[in-house]
Design a protein around this ligand. Structure first.
Ligand SMILES: C[S@@+](CC[C@H](N)C(=O)[O-])C[C@H]1O[C@@H](n2cnc3c(N)ncnc32)[C@H](O)[C@@H]1O
Length: 233
């Protein structure tokens, strides 16, 4: 069974049931590092998508703060049912991050992916990145929040110790920034144990919230040398 299938059939629901009590929209603007970076940069999206949104608690808080259209993609049926009940103004789609074909290209000006990429099946990592990129408009923002070890590592998923399931921890913002199509506007580092900003947290206890801007035409222009200088006429 692939890692994606394991999450789809059981672990996505199990995560939600274990964490349901903490996934609330009330007062989130004060305590959520993702909402902090958006507020600090004065970003008021028109149409926001969150991948792995659980019951849409963050999107609901963002919607209340900015009035944006909010769309949640989440594989857990239990989380989607809870979100539809609690947050009826958020649109829910039960799917994995690479399954975004139902959305138009450039439909969103903000995409959030928080503590999800380390769960993505490695066979789907590039497909997931491509799907996120397709639905984000040129000039839009991508916020990635995830663990920040000093080098890529895989760790056996401790809730399923007998299954061949891993989490993959690495600097995911670097994955997008390497394209040169995404520019890092801000990266904030936190201690996972305290959820507070930290420059001293050990690499295996760090996470980062990174704000990236998608800019298709953002390349530095290098002038062509004259044809004679290239040995052509
Ligand atoms: C650790 S929780 C994070 C929830 C929320 N984004 C947050 O920041 O608190 C990971 C979420 O991603 C979902 N998920 C797992 N694999 C996924 C995938 N391949 N694509 C999209 N969502 C996924 C899980 O069901 C779960 O709701």
């Amino acid at each position: 069974m692939s890692q994606d299938t394991i999450f789809q059939v059981s672990e996505a629901d199990a995560f939600f049931v274990r964490n349901q009590k903490t996934l609330t929209a009330e007062g989130l603007g004060e305590r959520d590092p993702v909402l902090h970076v958006l507020a600090d940069f004065g970003l008021t999206p028109t149409s926001a998508l969150e991948i792995g949104a659980a019951n849409g608690f963050r999107l609901e808080a963002l919607r209340r703060l900015t009035g944006c259209q909010a769309t949640a993609v989440e594989p857990s049926a239990v989380a989607v049912a809870d979100g539809n009940k609690q947050f009826p103004k958020v649109r829910f789609v039960q799917a994995l991050g690479h399954e975004l074909d139902g959305f138009s290209a450039g439909e969103f000006d903000l995409v959030i992916v928080s503590f999800v990429l380390h769960w993505v099946d490695r066979a789907r990592m590039f497909a997931t990145a491509a799907a996120l990129d397709r639905v984000l408009m040129d000039g839009g923002r991508l916020v990635i929040s995830d663990f920040l070890p000093d080098r890529p590592q895989r760790v056996r998923y401790h809730h399923l110790p007998d299954a061949d399931v891993w989490t993959f921890k690495q600097d995911y913002a670097a994955f997008w920034a390497a394209s040169a199509i995404y520019k890092v506007e801000e990266q904030r580092v936190y201690d996972y144990r305290t959820r507070q900003p930290s420059n001293t947290a050990p690499p295996d206890q760090r996470f980062a919230v990174t704000l990236l801007k998608k800019t298709l035409g953002g390349y530095e222009t290098r002038a062509l040398p004259a044809l004679e200088a290239q040995g052509k006429s």
